[in-house]
Design a protein around this ligand. Structure first.
Ligand code: ASP
Length: 320
């Protein structure tokens, strides 16, 4: 770490949120029986040499297992990113995060930040206590991307591969290379600290949701996901609409089959909900491809967004 800043030194800010990368297990041979979110972000940087002319700044934003990610943590994270991105000497941001909802946080930040500088999420599939943890190399690679001149946009780095915030999906439960970018393919690779870009950096999405940055607390609209499948019924939709003790349902993502098809019984209940003012969007449950709209569609579609990303997009739309 560089402590006294000369004018040429650029800062890379590393924001910690927890995850397996900060996880601890009782034995080094245990890669799955650990507790996520135990090691502080400053300690995750121990032993990592910053690239020449780069100073690392560590800040703990949250300390959780990303399966438990909350909207309030997203808001805090977005606010801290906006704060740091506005500092002239900050080259970019790295966010350490759990793998389980990494694609959701990446897409959320992609949607709300005007990231003219790089914001790079990274993670690990093995805890910090593992015999051969993957976290340190992933962090080092993410720092390389965050300090690459000209880099911009929200993305994620795992196992030497750079994925864009729009395309990234967790596709494996166990392997270290657990992410893919579907039809779009990765943005590039990190090799010995060098970025090899194979697509353009992601365009910074201009945020329409200033509330996230201005308000102390946001009233997040309740949007749920219901999957269409063989033997589906309208019962889940009806239960969601009638649920007591929670905010009223504002939106529903139908995780549809194939090119956006929905079981007729589920469709009937969703049409009724739509007529009652609930926003309905179809997203395909297929891992690759997009929904191609056609004449006679009863619900709008989310294109290539997965159901979890379509849900975030709908929440932001309802919020904005
Ligand atoms: N449950 C962990 C998390 O998402 C899994 C991981 O990080 O790999 O925080």
């Amino acid at each position: 770490m560089v402590n006294s800043l000369s004018p040429e030194v650029r800062r890379v800010v590393v924001l910690g949120t927890g995850g397996t990368i900060a996880g601890k297990a009782a034995s080094s041979g245990d890669n799955i029986g650990y507790t996520a979110g135990q090691v502080g972000v400053a300690d995750l940087l121990g032993g990592i040499d910053a690239p020449t002319g780069v100073a690392l700044v560590a800040e703990q934003v949250a300390q959780l297992d990303s399966k438990d990610m909350s909207f309030d943590t997203w808001q805090k994270l977005a606010q801290r990113c906006a704060h740091w991105l506005a500092q002239a000497d900050v080259a970019g941001i790295v966010i350490t995060h759990g793998t389980d909802t990494l694609e959701e946080t990446t897409f959320f930040l992609h949607s709300v930040l005007s990231a003219t500088k790089p914001v790079v999420l990274t993670c690990a599939m093995r805890p910090a206590t593992a015999l051969a943890p993957d976290g340190p190399q992933n962090v080092r690679d993410a720092i390389s991307v965050a300090s690459t001149p000209g880099a911009r946009g929200v993305m994620a780095v795992c196992a030497g591969t750079i994925h864009g915030g729009l395309d990234i999906q967790k596709t494996h439960t166990y392997r270290l290379d657990a992410f893919a970018s579907g039809d779009a393919g990765p943005l590039g690779y990190v090799e010995e600290g060098e970025v090899r870009l194979v697509r353009a950096w992601p365009e910074a999405a201009a945020s329409q949701v200033s509330k996230i940055f201005d308000a102390a607390a946001v009233q997040w609209p309740r949007v749920e996901i219901v999957m269409s499948h063989a033997g589906a019924s309208g019962a889940v939709v009806e239960a969601l609409v009638q649920a007591k003790g929670v905010d009223p349902l504002r939106g529903l993502v139908l995780a549809a089959t194939g090119n956006g098809t929905v079981h007729h019984a589920l469709e009937e209940a969703a049409l009724k909900a739509q007529a009652d003012g609930i926003a309905i969007v179809r997203a395909t449950r297929c891992v690759n491809g997009r929904i191609l709209p056609k004449a006679g569609d009863q619900f709008r579609d989310a294109g290539a967004l997965t159901p979890v990303k379509a849900r975030i997009a709908l929440m932001l739309e309802l919020l904005g």
